[in-house]
Every structure is written in structure tokens, then in C-alpha cells.
Design a protein around this ligand. Structure first.
Ligand code: ADP
Length: 747
């Protein structure tokens, strides 16, 4: 007997496809609606008609058959899910059994699955009329011959599975091409006979599918549910499919033993009576044919997008992380750098502070020390001057003169140090005052001329006689600069000429630019030493100059003073031939008349000072001198001796107040700076005493700086006198402040 070994066709495992198939909401609602309609119609039918046979319109023969054969034995394929299979409890379930149940309900026939018989045996038994029915057969010519095939009760779409890029667009295109099919199936038959394709036989539908997927085959033919399941099962993404209906091979027929035509006709009538709703219910129960490929593609697309997004996210995270790390490293480096900079800055600030403190301490020390030395030096100079005025033997006078000169030399060094310290500490001020230009020149000439007399040097002055007679500026500092330049010329010239040239230029806005030039025929300065000249403590050409005294501060002080006054000092020199120092200093013009027209005040003053012809005494005047330095008190006492005043002294502000209370003074000299109560406080206290306001109180100060006079007047003083005391100034002050009534003219 010839039959198709159908069992191989059932080898596909469909079970999982059931559990994974998800309900399509829309279809489900539709199905529910249909079911409701069917139930309603059935209820109507049950009410109106008495029996199923009347619905099926069975023939008498068919009715007889049912009566004669109420139980139909069914060949079972236990693994052909979802079409028919045995579930875990061994129940015969699936699409076909559900159809059989409906047939049973409509006809009264009972279908008995032969679970113990293999499917192959079942086929043989049906062929041999030992069994009655095979419920799931695809149409082939052979089967048509072997069995009585019922009408198609379950439609099944066929699918032509193709590669994504396949040139096959329809079933017509497969003609003459080989397509892969599962062996011994109705599909193989259909492909060959109906589609006219060449057939490549594979053991299973999956094998055929895989052959298309990996490019060995161009197409395969299978049942849509099976194909969908396999595509999903293997995760094949490069395939697509065309679904189509075939005229014959498009679903399941039931195969009835060929000697029972009544059964076939009963089945056909029952199938015809199965409503679309009943079919839909069965379909939705067991399988949902959805556009799986589309879903799969969407799934793959989604997976790809998710993967891409994940990759991007991972990349972004990685980048952020690495950037964060980089940033953190950068930040850490920056912090380290900042910390290093901070530490270094702190160190430098500390060092700078220490250096500034040290420099300030040095300057303060130098200022203090030179100040301390200046006081006794002044005493030496003033006292030797006083001595030289006495009637003494000429040899004694000469020695006194030597003492005075040595004192003056020492004082100039100390003054240099004091000036330099003041400049360094930023405490040097320019004090402007009115002065006679002629006095300045004469003073300078008179002071410097004796220096040139010591050597074979001709001192030539070349002063522009048209220069203005009265000027305003810091004459003390101008004189200091000129004396520095001229005394250097005297020091560094052994013989020849020193020319002192004074001229003026650029007179505008009431100012004149005075040019003081000192040209000598001295030792000159080497080219390489020129830059060092204006440095502190710098004495150039040591070998040549080692016997010449000096501090190396004169020029640096002069340059600073020049700059402070808005001027400049410069030098030209030829080593071995001589040098030219030029200081240009702006001064305010008060009287444009040429200085040569003015009286020779400087010289007169100079001579007067030498003679000190006072012309009166004040024996009834009570004078108090307050100073913490006994030497200063002694100097003052000596200087005031010619006036024959009553002279009291005390060493502190506190004592001064007590003495002012007890005595009535006509004049008080008050030291400005004293330990304990200073001069200002003492003065304020004395002003508060009865009659204290009327007493002339003269401040004694060692630091005559700018604004000093105003400051003293504001603080209750009547006037001030600089130390070292200038005798002429003292005489002027005395003449001004001692009451005329107390003055007794000298006979
Ligand atoms: P010092 O007190 O040593 O003279 P200065 O500051 O006045 O200090 O001068 C600095 C140096 O410049 C001197 O030591 C000397 O070497 C040089 N110098 C100054 N004036 C002259 C000059 N007229 N001729 C040659 N060298 C000079």
C-alpha cells in the first residue's frame, strides 16, 4: 500500500509558539463581538429548531450512519502542535480536536483519539479501514487517492521565504529556480508541481530556512505559522517572506477511510455549519498569525536602536567619565599648582616682608645712629666755634680750627648716611622756601674755595649774570648737590682747573631750568664704571681712589634729590683726562631781575656770622630750655651767654610744666622729641597754665622736614629752631621773641 509518511511533516514543534503569541487587542475585541453574536444566534437557533441534524440537513443515510457508528476512532499525531498534540496531561488537544468537538456538538458523533497508536500506524490503519479518521492532512494528489478528504476546514497560508535582497518578488519568479522545501511534504509537491520550481530537499523546514538565511538557497516554501516560528526561533533577521494562497494546498483536510463516504459528507456539512466566530475562537485559542516578520524587524530595529543608544550612552558616559577624570586630574593639578603658588607666594611675601623689615630696620638704625652722633658732633662744632671767638693764642686757635674742621668732615659723612637712610625709608622731603640766588652761589663758592686752595687747582666760576635774583625751591638741597659735585671735583683732581658753570634755560610758567656744570681735569672715570657711579656705597676705581675719603653715597643722594625736585644729574668723562658733572634743576622764579643787581647778602651774612655783633643784652629775661640732652642744653646756654639772660634748664616735659608753674618765663626753648612726655604735650600743658598762652615757646627740632613749621604752630608752639643751631637764626629768633622792654642796649 502506498502512502505518504506524513509523520515527518509533523516534526515541527509548535508548542512554544502558542505561549509566546500575544493577543492582538483589536482582533480580540472583534472575536469577542463575533462570539457574542454567535451565542445570540445559537440561542435563537436552539429556541427555534430542535436538533442539530435539522441545522445540518443530514440525509437519512447520514443519520443512519451516525446511529450505526456513533464513535469514530481518530489517528493522533502527538507532536503536531498547535494543530493536534497530546498535552502534559495526555489530553488530545489542538485546533483539529477543537473542530472535532464542534462537529461532535453538531452531529452527535463522538471522536475517540487513539493515543496509544503511533501516527504512522494510524495512517496504515485508516488505509486498512481499521481506524476511521486522520484530522490534519494537507492536500496532495496521492492523498486524494488514498483517503476521502473532507473539505478544507482550516485554512493555512503558505509563505515563500526569501533573502532580504532577493530578486524574487512573487511566486511567479520562482519558476525554474530551485527552492528549499522539507522532504515528503505537501509543500514539496506543491513547489514542484504547482509553482514549477526546482526542489531542494531538506530534512526539516528549519534546515531549509537556514539554507536561505546563509545564502545557500534563494528561497524556501513553508507554512506561515511554522515559518514565523522558525524565523523567531533562530533569530534570523535577514529574511522576509511573501504569503499566498494556493488553490489546493492551502490548509488542513480531514482524511476519512475511503469506505465511509457518509462520514465525509457529515464532516463537510458540520464544517459548513461552523460559524466564522467559532473558527475565530479556535484560532485565537491556539495561534495568532501576526505579521511576525514585521514585528521581528521592529524588534530588531528596536534592539538596534537600543543597542545604538546604549552604545552612545556608554560612549557618552565613558567620555563624561574620562572627561570627569581628566577634569578631576586637571583640577587636582590646578589645586596642587595653586597650593604651590600659594606656598611660594607666602614664602616670597615672607621673604619680602623680612627684607623690607630688615631694610627698614637698617634705615631706622642708620637714621637713629647718625642722629645720635649728630648731636655730640654739633656740640663739638658749635663749641669749637664758640672757643674760636675767644681771645686765645694763635696756636690754640689753630688747633680749635682743626677740631672744628674734623667735626665738619665727620658731620658731612653722618649727614650723608642720614640722608641716604631717609631716602631709602621714603622719608626725605623737599622743603621749598624763598631764597636769593646770589646767596646760594656765594655760599657754595665760599664753602668750596678753601678746598681748591689746598691743591694746585684753579677754580673758575662762570655764572650767567642774567639769571633771576629771587627764586623759590629747596635751597638747602640744591646747595647740597652743588657742594657734592664740587667737593668730588676737588677730591678727584690733583691739578689743573675746575670750572663751575651756571646757566638757565626754558623759562616758562614762572619756572627756570637751572643748569649747574662742574668740569674738572681730574682722574676721570672708566667707561665700565660709569653705570656704577650712582649706585649706593659705590666708589669706583678703588686702586686709584684708596687714599681719598668718602662714603660712596654723595652721588646717589644727589641724583635722588635732583629727581625729587624734578631734575636730573648726568656725567661725561674721559678716563685720565677729567669729568663733567651736570645737574639740571627746575626752580620757581620770584623776581626776574638779574641776581647781579641784588646786594651781596650771602657774603654779608657770612661775615656777620663770623663777627656776631648782637648789640644788646636782656639781663632781666627769664629763659627756660627743655631738652633730654644735656649737651644740647649746654650748647644753647653757651650760645645765649652774650645776652646775659637768666637761664634755667630741665631734662623732661614733666619738669618743664612744674617749673613753668613756679616761675614766670619770657621765653621757653622746648625740645620736640623727648622720652616720656614729649614737647608737644608739655607745651599744651603750659598753655593751659595761668598766663601760659602768652609765653613764646620755640620748638627745638633735629628733623626739619616739609610742613614742620605749620605743624609746630598748630600744636601751640610760637616758632621753631632747627638743630644743629644756626647762631644767626638763633639771634633772629631771640630778637623777635624777647620783649623789647627787656632789651638793654650795649654801651
Ligand atoms: P664719594 O663720597 O666716594 O665721593 P660719591 O657718590 O660722591 O661718593 O662718588 C662716587 C664715586 O664716583 C667716587 O667714589 C668716585 O670713584 C667717582 N667720582 C665722583 N666724582 C668724580 C670726579 N669728579 N672725578 C672722578 N671720579 C669721580
Amino acid at each position: 500500500m502506498e502512502y505518504l509518511p506524513i509523520s515527518s511533516e509533523r516534526s515541527c514543534v509548535f508548542r512554544r509558539c502558542l505561549s509566546t503569541a500575544r493577543e492582538d487587542g483589536k482582533k480580540h475585541r472583534k472575536a469577542l463581538f463575533c462570539i457574542s453574536v454567535v451565542i445570540f444566534l445559537q440561542a435563537v437557533a436552539l429556541a427555534g429548531a430542535s436538533a442539530q441534524d435539522s441545522v445540518l440537513a443530514l440525509t437519512e443515510a447520514e443519520k443512519d450512519f451516525i446511529q450505526a457508528h456513533p464513535v469514530i476512532s481518530v489517528g493522533v499525531d502527538p507532536l503536531f502542535a498547535p494543530f493536534e498534540f497530546l498535552d502534559n496531561q495526555g489530553n488530545y488537544v489542538g485546533i483539529a480536536p477543537d473542530y472535532l468537538a464542534l462537529v461532535s456538538a453538531k452531529t452527535g458523533l463522538r471522536f475517540e483519539p487513539a493515543k496509544d497508536v503511533s501516527y504512522a500506524e494510524a495512517q496504515e490503519k485508516v488505509l486498512a479501514h481499521e481506524m476511521d479518521l486522520l484530522p490534519t492532512l494537507g492536500w496532495t494528489e496521492e492523498r486524494e487517492r488514498q483517503f476521502l478528504l473532507s473539505q478544507l476546514y482550516y485554512e493555512l497560508k503558505l509563505a515563500l521565504v526569501l533573502q532580504e535582497e532577493s530578486p524574487i518578488k512573487s511566486t511567479a519568479d520562482v519558476r525554474g529556480r530551485p527552492i528549499a522545501v522539507q522532504q515528503d511534504t505537501s509543500n514539496a509537491d506543491f513547489a514542484f508541481k504547482t509553482l514549477g520550481a526546482g526542489v531542494s530537499i531538506y530534512k526539516s523546514e528549519q534546515d531549509a530556512l537556514l539554507a536561505v538565511a546563509d545564502g545557500r538557497e534563494t528561497a524556501m516554501l513553508g507554512y506561515l505559522p511554522t515559518v514565523l516560528y522558525s524565523i523567531r526561533d533562530f533569530g534570523l533577521s535577514n529574511l522576509h517572506y511573501i504569503t499566498f494562497d494556493s488553490e489546493n494546498n492551502n490548509g488542513w483536510h480531514m482524511g476519512v477511510r475511503n469506505d465511509w463516504p457518509e462520514l465525509r459528507s457529515i464532516l463537510n456539512k458540520a464544517f459548513a455549519a461552523i460559524t466564522p466566530a467559532e473558527k475565530a475562537e479556535i484560532q485565537s485559542r491556539w495561534i495568532r498569525v501576526s505579521d511576525y516578520g514585521e514585528r521581528q524587524r521592529m524588534l530588531h530595529l528596536t534592539v538596534a536602536i537600543v543597542a545604538l543608544l546604549s552604545a552612545m550612552l556608554a560612549f557618552a558616559l565613558l567620555k563624561t567619565y574620562s572627561q570627569k577624570k581628566k577634569f578631576a586630574r586637571h583640577q587636582q593639578n590646578e589645586l596642587i599648582l595653586q597650593e604651590m603658588v600659594r606656598q611660594r607666594t607666602e614664602e616670597l611675601q615672607d621673604q619680602t616682608r623680612l627684607a623690607v623689615e630688615a631694610s627698614l630696620a637698617k634705615s631706622t638704625f642708620l637714621a637713629k645712629m647718625s642722629h645720635e652722633i649728630r648731636t655730640p658732633m654739633n656740640a663739638i662744632i658749635v663749641l669749637s666755634e664758640m672757643l674760636s671767638m675767644r681771645d686765645l693764642p694763635s696756636d690754640a686757635l689753630e688747633e680749635i680750627w682743626n677740631i672744628k674742621q674734623a667735626g665738619i668732615g665727620l658731620l658731612s659723612i653722618i649727614n650723608d648716611i642720614l640722608d641716604f637712610s631717609k631716602i631709602e625709608a621714603g622719608k626725605m622731603d623737599v622743603v621749598d622756601a624763598d631764597y636769593m640766588f646770589r646767596s646760594l652761589i656765594k655760599d657754595v663758592e665760599n664753602m668750596i674755595r678753601p678746598r681748591f686752595a689746598e691743591k694746585p687747582i684753579t677754580f673758575v666760576t662762570n655764572i650767567d649774570s642774567g639769571l633771576p635774583g629771587r627764586l623759590r625751591g629747596d635751597v638747602v638741597r640744591v646747595r647740597q648737590i652743588l657742594l657734592n659735585m664740587l667737593s668730588n671735583a676737588a677730591k678727584y683732581t690733583d691739578e689743573g682747573t675746575v670750572t663751575f658753570t651756571v646757566s638757565g634755560s626754558g623759562q616758562e610758567n614762572g619756572k627756570i631750568l637751572l643748569s649747574f656744570e662742574v668740569a674738572d681735569t681730574g682722574i676721570g672715570i672708566k667707561e665700565e664704571d660709569m653705570g656704577k657711579l650712582f649706585g649706593s656705597f659705590s666708589q669706583v676705581d678703588h686702586q686709584k681712589n684708596q687714599h681719598i675719603e668718602g662714603t660712596g653715597l654723595g652721588l646717589v643722594i644727589s641724583r635722588n634729590l635732583c629727581n625729587m625736585m624734578g631734575g636730573e644729574i648726568s656725567v661725561r668723562s674721559v678716563y685720565g683726562k677729567g669729568s663733567v658733572f651736570t645737574a639740571v634743576i627746575p626752580q620757581t622764579v620770584l623776581d626776574e631781575r638779574p641776581f647781579s643787581q641784588f646786594a651781596d647778602i650771602g657774603e654779608a651774612a657770612w661775615r656777620n656770622r663770623e663777627k656776631r655783633n648782637i648789640g644788646y643784652t636782656a639781663p632781666k629775661a627769664n629763659v627756660l630750655a627743655v631738652d633730654d640732652s644735656k649737651v644740647n642744653l649746654k650748647i644753647l646756654k653757651t650760645l645765649l651767654q652774650p645776652y646775659k639772660v637768666h637761664f634755667d634748664t630741665c631734662l623732661s616735659g614733666e619738669e618743664a610744666i612744674v617749673m613753668a608753674k613756679q616761675n614766670s618765663y619770657d621765653l621757653i626753648f622746648m625740645d620736640h622729641m623727648m622720652p616720656g612726655m614729649d614737647g608737644m604735650e608739655a607745651t599744651a600743658a603750659i598753655r593751659g597754665l595761668e598766663g601760659g598762652k602768652a609765653i613764646p615757646i620755640i620748638a627745638l627740632t633735629a628733623n626739619a622736614i616739609s610742613g614742620m613749621r605749620e605743624m609746630f604752630l598748630e600744636n601751640g608752639f610760637s616758632d621753631y629752631l632747627s638743630k644743629p643751631i644756626n647762631i644767626a637764626t638763633l639771634d633772629e629768633l631771640f630778637a623777635t621773641w624777647i620783649n623789647e622792654g627787656l632789651k638793654v642796649k650795649n654801651p
